[in-house]
Write a protein that binds this ligand. Structure first.
Ligand SMILES: C[S@@+](CC[C@H](N)C(=O)[O-])C[C@H]1O[C@@H](n2cnc3c(N)ncnc32)[C@H](O)[C@@H]1O
Length: 268
């Protein structure tokens, strides 16, 4: 008798599901199109109806153009106070949200993700603060905190962009419930001739806070971005894509980041 006969079949680790249908009608990880065309795919996979959602950089609300927001309990806000849609609460800094701990199922965050869109080195950086309303009357407390924490040397350029992501990441952690979803829009950039893969930098940092990375969606522009001053030869591939990143605050880790002493939530 050969030893083959006495060999036992290895038990299967997982039960096989034989009754599913083959389909390619799926949500994919990369699309060419606009944010408002692709954002609904992110919601479809990760956000259930009746969820309580805060979009903390609502802007003009373009993301929500193709969404029936009546399906959710929705809290749009932005630091700006002018030019916002009526339903959006202005003067709210995403680094210091006026909500109680563990209040939301979902936080949506789409900050300014470049200090010099289309420019070289740090040209135009002087416009950054003003353009993105990052130093306005409403958020002097946050600005002061950053000033103090950095001994009067607040981060600049790409580090300023990252700092906004990181601080908001901590706030998102605080206000999200267990299993809450943090949807982050970002774009990589070349800063001072150095390739900065923002989506990786953010992911490494958010995972330190305890977030689990759930997904990455690539959004590719439909038009061709140009640059205003091409000197000599092109150094890096011009970015024509950005990302929706999806993170989850896992169960059982609520106290990983100490909660701040913030005012209790007030309904807008
Ligand atoms: C790229 S736009 C967001 C566009 C938005 N997702 C939409 O669909 O229209 C960035 C927004 O972030 C806001 N912003 C910048 N810094 C902020 C901060 N510290 N807190 C809250 N909002 C901020 C800006 O006022 C701007 O409306």
């Amino acid at each position: 008798m050969t030893s083959k006969i006495s060999l036992k079949k290895k038990p299967k680790k997982t039960a096989r599901i034989n009754n599913g249908n083959a389909t390619n009608n799926l949500i994919f990880s990369a699309y060419q199109g606009s944010n408002n065309a692709i954002f609904p795919c992110v919601l479809e996979l990760y956000v259930a109806e009746n969820c309580r959602i805060a979009d903390v950089t609502y802007g003009k609300g373009i993301f929500w153009k193709n969404i029936d927001i009546s399906k959710y309990e929705f809290f749009p806000s932005d630091l700006r106070t002018d030019g916002l849609p009526e339903d959006c609460r202005g003067g709210i800094d995403c680094r210091e949200l006026p909500y109680q701990d563990e209040f939301f199922d979902v936080i949506v965050f789409d900050p300014p993700y470049m200090h010099t869109p289309g420019g070289t080195a740090h040209n135009g950086h002087q416009n950054y603060e003003e353009y993105y309303a990052n130093n306005v009357e409403q958020n002097q407390h946050v600005i002061k905190t950053i000033w103090e924490e950095t001994n009067g040397n607040p981060p600049k350029y790409h580090e300023a962009v990252l700092d906004l992501y990181y601080r908001t990441g901590k706030e998102a952690w605080r206000v999200l419930k267990e299993n809450g979803i943090f949807i982050v829009k970002c774009q990589d950039e070349v800063c001072a001739n150095r390739q900065r893969l923002t989506h990786i930098e953010i992911t490494i940092e958010l995972e330190k806070y305890g977030f689990i990375t759930e997904d990455l969606f690539v959004v590719m522009r439909t038009n061709k971005p140009g640059i205003s001053r091409l000197k000599n030869r092109q150094q890096h591939a011009r970015k024509n894509h950005s990302y929706f990143m999806v993170y989850r605050k896992p169960k059982g880790k609520s106290n990983l980041i100490a909660s701040q002493d913030l005012p209790l939530f007030k309904k807008f």
